[in-house]
Design a protein around this ligand. Structure first.
Ligand code: SF4
Length: 276
């Protein structure tokens, strides 16, 4: 895994040629405008989470399965089982829309923000209306649902996609679907196989909040004032106190001595860098 580098190249920050307002950045703004500002305006991103390889495997396999039906233009059995009158959407850009580094894009002219988002799948109804579909994987004893507060981010994700595709000229259903797979732990033996229950959960979204949020984001990015931290996050007070203590030690020249730095680090880092 690549070593975390908190400072991104300026091309990837707001104003840089590669910067895009991805749906995950919109979600970061919703959960904490300060973290969003640090990331996008000041170029200091959060450390990445570890990739969930099992989720990635489930995503890949579901995509393969739905692609078979996309090619044949037939409904996937899950669609039939759940009474969804649709088939996987065939379009020249489907792989682009599903590419995490590209995704569907739209330039919102009033703010100049280029909004992007990579979907898991798009289905189409006989009347041409598109359905946004997203795959989720988990493992829990209870039935999967969308009732937890932390799943609001999933719902916002769907609504940003609905907004993006509508802005790209498509007719999009308000109803989106989560294809939710749940790894079973109630089986007697493992036998090197993980069994899953699959549920298709409908979600009726509204993208009305997206455009007003873009104006708020634009205002935040154009401002020189850093937004307030989230009142529920404990990391900011920790970071502030820890940062002040380290700063004081640094100013008192109590830097870590080079001989205290392990050989492998000493070759890469200056003592000052090691402290900070
Ligand atoms: S409150 Fe938490 S999420 Fe927000 S900037 Fe501070 S550390 Fe980041």
């Amino acid at each position: 895994m690549a070593i975390y580098n908190p400072d991104r190249g300026s091309a990837w920050n707001y104003g840089g040629g590669k910067w895009r307002l991805s749906r995950s950045k919109i979600d970061l703004f919703v959960s904490c405008p300060r973290c969003f500002y640090l990331d996008n305006k000041l170029g200091t991103k959060r450390p990445p989470g570890y990739p969930f390889n099992l989720n990635i495997a489930v995503d890949t396999l579901l995509k393969k399965e739905f692609d078979i039906h996309r090619k044949a233009q037939t409904p996937h059995p899950l669609m039939k089982e759940n009474g969804i009158d649709a088939i996987p959407f065939q379009h020249a850009d489907i792989d682009l829309w599903r590419d995490n580094f590209k995704g569907a894009q739209y330039k919102h002219e009033p703010t100049g923000l280029v909004v992007s988002g990579a979907v898991d799948d798009i289905w189409v109804k006989p009347n041409g209306e598109l359905i946004i579909a997203d795959y989720k994987a988990t493992s829990k004893n209870d039935e999967v649902n969308l009732d937890a507060d932390w799943q609001d981010g999933y719902k916002r994700q769907m609504e940003v996609y609905q907004w993006l595709f509508r802005r790209n000229g498509f007719k999009v259903s308000d109803t989106a679907y989560f294809v939710y797979v749940n790894g079973r732990t109630d089986v007697d033996t493992f036998d090197g196989k993980l069994e899953f229950d699959i549920k298709v959960l409908p979600y009726t979204g509204s993208d009305e909040w997206v455009e007003p949020k873009l104006f708020e984001i634009k205002e935040c990015l154009e401002s020189d004032a850093i937004p307030k931290p989230s009142s529920t996050c404990e990391y900011c007070p920790y970071r502030e106190v820890a940062g002040k203590k380290l700063q004081r030690l640094f100013l008192e020249c109590k830097v870590i001595k080079r001989e205290d730095v392990p050989e492998s680090d000493a070759s890469k880092e200056s003592p000052t860098k090691t402290l900070f």
